[in-house]
Design a protein around this ligand. Structure first.
Ligand SMILES: [Zn+2]
Length: 106
């Protein structure tokens, strides 16, 4: 359970450090988080490999913009991206998956 409890989010300019209650920390780029965004605009673009590739290319072309991040209850974080996203909530469970798949274990 503690592996899906986010205890800290430290924001850098292009990436952030996610710390979880099990003691592990990951450095994850904002682009990685954005490429896995679960909001109503971004999620449909990840439904198959072809669309995901196009989506990733499009996100990669965006200027890296530091999103606003605000905690949502005890289960998630809302990232507020300046362009092309409806700023959905990223649950801790989802962030842990993104961190393990695309992040760098510290
Ligand atoms: Zn989105």
């Amino acid at each position: 359970m503690s592996r899906v409890v986010l205890t800290d989010l430290e924001r850098g300019h292009e990436d952030c450090i996610l710390r979880f209650a099990d003691g592990s920390s990951f450095k994850v780029s904002y682009l990685s988080i954005r490429c896995r965004c679960q909001c109503a605009k971004c999620k449909p673009r990840q439904e198959n490999q072809q669309r995901l590739l196009e989506f990733e290319e499009e996100v990669a072309r965006l200027r890296v913009e530091k999103p606003r991040a605000e905690p949502v209850g005890r289960y998630g974080v809302r990232f507020d991206w300046p362009t092309g996203c409806s700023s959905g909530i990223h649950s801790f469970t989802h962030l842990r998956e993104v961190a393990e798949d695309l992040g760098q274990l510290l």
